[in-house]
Ligand binder design. Structure first.
Ligand SMILES: *[C@@H]1O[C@H](CO)[C@@H](O)[C@H](O)[C@H]1NC(C)=O
Ligand SMILES: *[C@@H]1O[C@H](CO)[C@@H](O)[C@H](O)[C@H]1NC(C)=O
Length: 166
């Protein structure tokens, strides 16, 4: 009986903690988000791998300008003013683009935003970031990125997404 109670309690806890991960939450626009330009210019001591899958419902490719920013709960932030390559087709429908990015060292990455400007449009499926001090995190978009606003996720005040939830 005790074991059963324990098992029940455990499964209630795991259901609850899964709910608080909010991994199924859709991405949101964030009007108050601004990348920290001071920090961007200061240090680039760590390297990150960013893997972006573009949805099969996205336009065949995009010429839009795409910026990216992510960071931890302690104020360390990576900002990439331009991810797209103006000289070639990027973010083609159904494709995966991988970027090596240098930036300030962060602890566990818990927020990520994309910014788009242009007229082609773009629907990323997911963005995965891995770095030295941070477990890989995948942010599931599956959404059209609106133009002119930082659009993404902030889990920093809740439980962090972990590899277990990927
Ligand atoms: C928007 O970004 C600000 C600044 O990073 C952050 O403090 C805030 O929690 C974010 N809002 C939401 C709804 O995630
Ligand atoms: C931007 O980064 C710098 C250097 O890390 C920090 O001192 C400053 O407080 C940050 N500014 C904001 C608005 O977070």
């Amino acid at each position: 009986m005790k074991t059963l109670t324990l098992i029940l309690t455990f499964s209630i806890i795991s259901v609850f903690s899964q709910a608080t991960l909010l991994l199924t939450d859709p991405p949101q626009p964030n009007e108050s988000f601004k990348p920290n330009l001071t920090q961007h210019q200061q240090n680039a001591g760590c390297s990150y791998t960013v893997t972006i899958r573009t949805s099969c419902s996205s336009p065949s490719y995009t010429r839009d300008r795409i910026s990216l920013s992510f960071g931890d709960a302690y104020g360390y932030q990576v900002y990439v003013p331009r991810l797209d390559d103006p000289s070639s087709r990027t973010f083609e429908r159904c494709s995966t683009d991988t970027f090596q990015i240098n930036g300030p060292c962060t602890y566990q990455i818990c927020y990520l935003y994309l910014y788009r400007s242009g007229y082609d449009g773009w629907i990323p499926e997911s963005v995965t970031v891995s770095g030295y001090n941070s477990q890989p995190v995948t942010f599931y978009y599956n959404a059209f990125i609106p133009a002119g606003i930082w659009f993404g996720f902030d889990y920093c005040r809740g439980y962090l997404p972990s590899t277990a939830a990927m």
